[in-house]
Write a protein that binds this ligand. Structure first.
Ligand code: NAP
Ligand code: 8YV
Length: 309
């Protein structure tokens, strides 16, 4: 009998096809009553494919053995509850580095060169009457990367190609990296023109970008966040953006997704994006392949290649 795998949300189509070919796939997101689905199939589920796995959901699945998270960040999985039950957790690292790094640079350009506003300027026929206001440039500026990990390193390389100076902050200095290390985040923000946030979410990093850090970045500085909304004191960021004490923000992630604080919508110094760092066909396909490889390895009795818990 094929192991039953519960899909928590709609995954990329080739991923669903691959899961269906190998496992007994159960879609939690289809139909009006997910709780009724869990009552009906809960006992037989041995794996989850997706994310957003609470202790409550795990409690309804007494035979759950593995959670294969669709994404590198697994902060939406209650890892404490998983550990307590000996449930394995896997993720999809590396295959999304390029897509996320590309969007990071794209969002810097969009904010710095005011590309969304320029597009509106042309569409609305204003070009016939006015010259478009001058903007900033990336070259010659310093980007401080909070989180020089797998994705952070790809962003660093691309920032260098844009002729930017790269510095970074993390818990540890990385001796094999050519960039200047700051052991204090506020100090880095003070010295940087751009703060690039690409650390994992979760309890350890909750609110790591404080009001003080944003103050240090200052009126000429801008934040770019592709990590998680939980990393930044969002109300403080809004206060500072509204009063011009923070220059700008390019945000792919928010505190309460998919709800976005409407205060952002009135601001001209922000670029907003619907958590789409990895949302390309080629990357979502590869993320799915990675997820399925982990499930296959586990059920074949081998160590899953991307086990995190
Ligand atoms: P990674 O390779 O694990 O890198 C994480 C980096 O963060 C490391 O350099 C680490 O350095 C640093 N870090 C971790 N905890 C820290 C702390 N408490 N204080 C300061 N620095 C800390 O992770 P990754 O694969 O690059 O992914 C990073 C995150 O990007 C994911 O977890 C996810 O939240 C986000 N992401 C977003 C999207 C999107 O669509 N927007 C897509 C993919 C990923 P040290 O160990 O030296 O501290
Ligand atoms: C999402 C991400 O997981 O990998 C991550 O950590 O944030 C993204 O790739 C993706 O949107 C799937 O829900």
């Amino acid at each position: 009998m094929k192991p039953a795998v519960l899909l928590t949300h709609r995954l990329y189509q080739s991923t669903v096809v691959a899961i269906e070919a190998r496992f007994d796939a159960i879609r939690l997101y289809e139909g009006p009553d997910p709780d009724a689905v869990l009552v009906r199939v809960g006992e037989r589920v041995r794996a989850i494919a997706g994310g957003h796995v609470s202790a409550d959901l795990m409690a309804k699945l007494p035979n759950l053995e593995i959670i294969a998270n669709f994404g590198v960040g697994y902060d939406s999985v209650d890892t404490t509850a998983a550990k307590a039950r000996g449930i394995v957790v896997t993720n999809t690292p590396d295959v999304l580095n390029d897509a996320v790094a590309e969007l990071a640079i794209g969002m810097m350009l969009a904010l710095g060169r005011k590309i969304p506003q320029a597009d509106r300027f042309v569409r609305e026929g204003q070009w016939a009457h006015d010259a478009y206001p001058l903007t900033g440039e990336l070259n010659g500026k310093t980007v401080g990367i909070l989180g020089l990990g797998r994705i952070g390193k790809e962003i660093a390389q691309r920032a260098q190609a844009m002729k930017m100076r790269v510095v970074y902050h993390g818990r540890q200095k990385q001796d094999d990296q050519p960039y200047i290390y700051y052991n204090n985040l506020s100090d880095m923000a003070r010295d940087a023109d751009w703060l690039m946030v690409i650390v994992p979410g979760g309890a350890a990093t909750q609110g790591i970008v404080t009001r003080d850090v944003l103050d240090a970045l200052g009126p000429e500085g801008a934040i770019v966040n592709l990590g998680r909304g939980s990393l930044v004191d969002e109300p403080a960021m809004l206060d500072l953006l509204e009063t011009g004490k923070l220059g700008g923000a390019a945000l792919d992630v928010f505190l309460d997704e998919p709800r976005v604080d409407p205060r952002f919508f009135a601001l001209d110094n922000v670029v907003l994006s619907p958590h789409q760092g990895s949302a390309t066909h080629q990357t979502r396909h590869k993320m799915g392949q990675t997820l399925v490889r982990n499930l296959e390895a586990y059920f074949a009795g081998h160590p899953p290649p991307n086990r995190v818990i």
